[in-house]
Design a protein around this ligand. Structure first.
Ligand code: URP
Ligand code: ZN
Ligand code: ZN
Length: 467
């Protein structure tokens, strides 16, 4: 057999095992994994001394998302997917936001319009439901789930997005009956509101107040409540962006009761703390995200969860805003008040190098667990497996070739997103992707962009069996 491309000499790592073998690629798919394929390809890439991993899948990314009056997200589909690609990713899953007064299908059509012909990675959307009216829950959502939009996110916080408990139960019920995967942002909005009022009365309005108005109890309580509501409806759920040990403990307890829970954490909960929000001259705004980063002990608890299997997913929650911009974090709504700082930080390009450097190269996790946490489990959770997320005959040839010893210091100037800073500026990381292939096409090699805008496509998904 002859191949379009052969990758030879590398160490292939999947979630299951590690082998030295060559990969034969034809028509964008992996068609052979074996020995001595080197001379059977029209082209060949030498991966000697490198790791060959499935392209990363980042299942928690925000792009071009409406974020409140006067605020503009720093990445659209072009810049966001370009940045993701450089970070070793070949698929990302952004959120299509239904705002309170939106029709869900219209919101989705508009979002497809933003993505079309713009992407450097493949994409698939989650639906955010903020308007749980009869049209949405009774008509549009079931129809869209049947069309393959099989993952939904709901919020327990943010006044404009949150669902109350009755609404959560109603949304969960639709997900259960129609076979969708439900992601939940767990923070108690009423408790936050109470704390914000108290902080404002005391004129504690700097960025650090973002962390003290969203303490661990706010997240722990909401996590417990979301899990309890899911238990009542008998719905498997995904708890996203877990920031601390107490919330992780709620997840372990729920699993102990028999509930099927998938859990996600993110780089910010390993690398940042609430002290970062205390920066001079409003610089702390650069680290404002929800839930907020905690402290060293909670970082440790998140590492523990990655090591012991509590967490299944490691995602970026890339939600970029420029710092020095009238539409960003520096002076939101013309007021220096933490309440108005848009929530979210960039991180789609640094997610994988952070976990590789601080997880694999320190010995906390092995390379197979790295692949599971950053690709395979995302594909399995959101209906993309085995087309995506692994290296197997028949899978798309989405591959990232890594130099495990390449050291780089993170500087925003070297990244490829649309923001103007990275929360990880100056961090030294060891282990970076050097070549990324999307469906057999070399998209990035040694820092050079070889792919074209529009090479990434929208990934249709199948409704779940029985849904
Ligand atoms: O602060 C964050 N995480 N912003 C993004 C929206 C969300 O809740 O995921
Ligand atoms: Zn969230
Ligand atoms: Zn998010």
């Amino acid at each position: 057999m002859s191949y379009d491309l052969v990758i030879f000499g590398g160490k292939i790592c999947t979630a299951a095992d590690t082998t030295f073998a060559d990969i034969g690629i034809k028509d964008g798919q992996i068609v052979a994994i074996g020995r001595d394929l080197e001379h059977s390809g029209a082209e060949a890439i030498d991966a000697t001394d490198k790791l060959v991993l499935p392209g990363g899948i980042d299942s928690h990314v925000h792009l071009s998302q409406p974020s409140g009056e006067g605020i503009v997200m720093a990445d659209d589909f072009e810049t966001g997917t370009r940045s993701a690609l450089y970070g070793g990713n070949t698929t990302i899953m952004p959120f299509c936001l239904q705002e309170r007064n939106d029709n869900l299908r219209e919101a989705l059509n508009a979002y497809h319009g933003l993505a079309e012909d713009q992407c450097y990675t493949d994409v698939a959307f989650h639906l955010i439901i903020s308007n749980p009216d009869p049209q949405t829950l009774g008509q549009d959502l079931p129809a869209l789930i049947a069309e393959g939009y099989t993952s939904i996110k709901v919020f327990m916080t943010y006044e404009a997005l949150r669902l109350n408990d009755a609404e959560l139960l109603a949304a969960f019920d639709v997900a259960r009956r129609h076979g969708a995967t439900m992601m939940v942002h767990c923070e108690n909005e009423d408790a936050i509101r109470y704390l914000v009022d108290r902080h404002e009365a005391e004129r504690r309005i700097n960025p650090s107040a973002h962390a003290t108005t969203r303490p661990i109890a706010v997240e722990r309580e909401a996590t417990h409540r979301a899990l309890s509501l899911a238990e009542i409806v008998d719905l498997p759920i995904v708890i996203v962006h877990v920031s601390n040990g107490a919330a992780a403990e709620e997840i372990r307890r729920a699993r102990g009761r028999g509930l099927k829970v998938t859990a996600e954490t993110c780089p910010q909960y390993l690398m940042l703390t609430a002290d970062d929000l205390d920066g001079m001259d409003w610089e702390g705004a650069k680290f404002v995200c929800s839930p907020p980063p905690r402290n060293a002990a909670e970082q440790q608890a998140c590492w523990q969860g990655l090591m012991d299997g509590t967490f299944d997913l490691f995602s970026s929650d890339h939600c970029p805003f420029r710092y020095d911009s009238p539409h960003g974090k520096l002076n939101p709504k013309g007021a220096k008040n933490f309440r108005f700082i848009p929530n979210g930080i960039p991180g789609v390009e640094t997610r994988l190098p952070i976990l590789f450097s601080e997880g694999v190269n320190t010995g906390r996790i092995d390379i197979n667990r790295f692949v599971a946490l950053t690709a395979t489990n995302h594909a399995k959770t959101y209906g993309l497996y085995p087309r995506k997320g692994t290296i197997a005959v028949g899978s798309d040839a989405d591959l990232a070739i890594w130099d495990p010893d390449l050291e780089r210091i993170v500087h925003h100037a070297d990244l490829h997103d649309g923001a103007d800073y990275t929360p990880y500026e100056g961090r030294r990381l060891r282990g970076w992707p050097v070549t990324v292939l999307l469906r057999g096409k070399v998209m990035m090699k040694d820092g050079v962009l070889l792919g074209a805008r529009g090479d990434g496509v929208y990934l249709d998904r199948q409704p779940k069996a029985g849904g």
